[in-house]
Design a protein around this ligand. Structure first.
Ligand SMILES: Nc1ncnc2c1ncn2[C@@H]1O[C@H](COP(=O)(O)OP(=O)(O)OP(=O)(O)O)[C@@H](O)[C@H]1O
Length: 223
């Protein structure tokens, strides 16, 4: 669903992604781990076509099959708009107006529909961000830091929703996370990005035993 080959993205002279190659197959859940500044959001934004041409230069190949939707870092909701209107914006490009399928998956959103997004809790806002992405009926979802600022039980609840979508609807997911434990629970494969380079990749079960990866979880450099 996602095929990235030799991707280089730089901001002026600063290289954010340095010859990155990665893939997400049909129905796969794949994790992308890495410390702050590794280039994770740059990759997410490149995949979603959000990289402003003026801010970055790009080379390499990015191929996406089907519709890709992004749950951006920090949710990026419109705080003064209602939950229903935030969801509607997610369906704007695909012409999908009916939120019923999203309410069916995330029933709490139906209860929150009339509330202003800005007054919701962090977990509720993240649920809106996930719901908004699902409004476009994507075949592949890129989630940039699901767990950011959320309590573990809220994160686990949202993660369970993603796992259900993957299992029941074959939604492919690229889960960008700093919480490696969560990523390894959900995903079968992972990549570790550091300083813009893929420094480790493989099955989560194997990566979890790799001391270099353990060091990356703690924010240290991979040697
Ligand atoms: N618009 C921009 N202009 C200049 N430099 C940028 C821009 N966006 C990101 N960078 C730089 O590119 C590098 C990668 O940033 P990016 O946000 O992709 O990392 P990240 O892994 O998502 O980090 P975090 O986990 O902290 O969100 C960083 O050094 C960052 O300072």
């Amino acid at each position: 669903m996602i095929d990235v080959t030799d991707l280089v993205v730089s901001y002026g002279t600063a290289i954010a992604l340095d010859h990155v190659t990665l893939a997400v197959g049909k129905g796969e859940m794949v994790a992308l781990l890495g410390p702050n500044g590794a280039g994770k959001s740059t990759l997410a934004n490149t995949l979603a076509g959000l990289l402003a041409p003026a801010s970055g230069t790009v080379s390499g190949t990015v191929r996406v099959e089907g519709r890709l939707a992004l749950v951006p870092e920090g949710r990026q909701l419109f705080p003064d708009m209602s939950v229903a209107d935030n969801l509607a914006l997610g369906g704007w490009r695909s012409g999908q107006r009916d939120p019923a399928p999203v309410y069916e998956l995330l029933p709490r959103l139906a209860e929150l529909a009339g509330r202003r997004a800005g007054v919701l809790s962090g977990g509720e806002q993240q649920m809106v961000a996930v719901g908004r992405a699902l409004m476009s009926r994507p075949q592949v979802l890129v989630v940039d830091e699901l767990s950011l600022g959320l309590a573990p039980n809220i994160t686990a609840d949202l993660a369970a929703h993603l796992a259900t979508l993957n299992r029941e609807q074959g939604l492919a997911v690229l889960l960008i996370e700093q919480n490696a434990r969560l990523a390894f629970e959900l995903c079968s494969r992972a990549y570790v990005l550091e300083s813009g380079q893929v420094r480790a990749e493989g099955a989560c079960a194997e990566l979890a035993d790799d001391p270099r990866v353990a060091s990356a979880y703690l924010g240290g450099a991979i040697t």
